[in-house]
Design a protein around this ligand. Structure first.
Ligand code: HEC
Length: 132
């Protein structure tokens, strides 16, 4: 009985460690890719870094990808459509907080009233920096 327990415990430990390290490895690869594709000047920009952290910490990435259309438009397409101006940052921040539809299709974006105005503006600054 003791032997069986020992084998079981070992198997669990091996599985737990194996799974954990692959996941961590994948996350690290993803981070490396993101930095590489963004290029140095962009990833050095504090507006980019702060905005990316906020976007990653919110629910945005369930609907948005950087360069491909998902449920919402690709952030690169948003960046291509709007000029990086104070007025557009305010306007887009308001859309994210209140929700919006009709600019990219029939699917609406859910409102985000829980977010702070300044944080949302920071997210928009990041998005608009993705212009090619
Ligand atoms: C439930 C899915 C969903 C989530 C979550 C979501 N979005 Fe969206 N987003 C959309 C859709 C759909 C559109 C297109 C709306 C339209 O056609 O006007 C959109 C549009 C946008 C636009 C362009 C708005 C315009 O008028 O052109 C920006 C910028 C944006 N989202 C940023 C964000 C950010 C930042 C977050 C996280 C706080 C976020 N989105 C979370 C689905 C989502």
């Amino acid at each position: 009985m003791k032997k069986v327990l020992f084998i079981l415990t070992t198997a669990v430990i091996v599985m737990a460690c194996g799974g954990g390290s692959t996941e961590a490895g994948k996350a690290a690869d993803g981070a490396k890719e993101a930095t590489a594709s963004a290029g140095n000047s962009l990833s050095d920009n504090p507006d980019y870094q702060k905005g990316l952290a906020l976007v990653a910490g919110s629910d945005c990435l369930t609907c948005h990808k950087t360069s491909e259309k998902n449920i919402g438009p690709a952030y690169k397409d948003v960046a291509a459509k709007y000029e990086n101006t104070e007025a557009n940052i305010k306007m887009l921040a308001e859309k994210i907080m209140k929700g919006g539809s009709g600019n990219w299709g029939a699917i609406p974006m859910t409102p985000h009233p829980q977010l702070k105005q300044e944080d949302v503006e920071q997210m928009v600054k990041y998005v608009l920096l993705l212009k090619k």
